[in-house]
Ligand binder design. Sequence first.
Ligand code: ZN
Ligand code: ZN
Length: 343
Amino acid sequence: MKTIEEIPKEMDVLNLHGIGDLRFEKKETYTLTKDHVLVKIKYCGICSSDIERVFINGTYHFPTIPGHEMSGQIVAVNDEDRELLGRKTAIFPLMPCFECDSCQKEEYAQCSNYNYFGSRCDGGYSEYLLVPKWNLVLFDDELDYKIAALCEPGAVAIHSINIGSIKKGDNIAISGTGTIGMMIALVAHGKGANVTVIGRSSESLEFSKSLGLKTLLTTELENKTFDKVYEVVGNNESINQSISICDNFGTIILVGNPKDNVNLDKQIYWKILRKQLVLKGIWNSSYNQKVNDWKEILELMAEGNIPFDSLISKEYSMSEFEDAFDYLRNSKEKKLKVMFKNE
Ligand SMILES: [Zn+2]
Ligand SMILES: [Zn+2]
């Protein structure tokens, strides 16, 4: 084994012992195994799905360390992986079975029997993580760990842009002002698309305005139409509205993950028929030899033309987790990504 620093026997983690029972505690540090490296986690984003895991739904078993939006440094490797030592890396959080039909086609997001950091097994709210080499997405020293920790939502945004075949001049609307919505807006804008962000309140649109994007309130949509509409909220109102504002023969890209049942009025459903709309669903991202949304977002981040850093609202150390979740759940401030920092 090769290391760049002494690895402590115990590490700090945030461990979920039950719904609403997240604890900052010590845990035995991983020991290195074959085909894996030990990563020191530098930043881990708090996903809105983590908030639901911690406070509402729980994880597949308890205790579990949540967190799947990670960047870090490779600090211990097996002798044959010497060239990886010290490298900066993002981590693709899905560990596929490599055996099912989807895996045979390298469509790993559709794997029928996968493991997942931070939900099905321990994840990134942790000082260290043992990571299969296959899941490493290395990046150059010039790029900050902090921005690279936006890689997971960023890869979903790239995937959404690719599935929507966004190109220069496309007239697109984005319904939703959260991190993924904003990332889609920024990347699409960067590609030269004509982007309008739709939100329910003028406060929710302030950030988009500050980035120079066009905005519309949900009350200002009468007679407005768009070739492509991104639905990034996942509730009835937004889904119905997306269908209404999509132009004839247009495309709706469904990104938002609904918490409740979705109901369509007959009048709205008819619009799908009459306008011959195309509806496309988005799940996770592509991570294979042909299409790798992770490499694509890291390249965009490294180019530095898109202000990804503006998407990070606050950072906390893991010991301040109560404040972090309190801010996310209770603060009235407009916030995007909040991260745990281990530097
Ligand atoms: Zn996430
Ligand atoms: Zn599989």
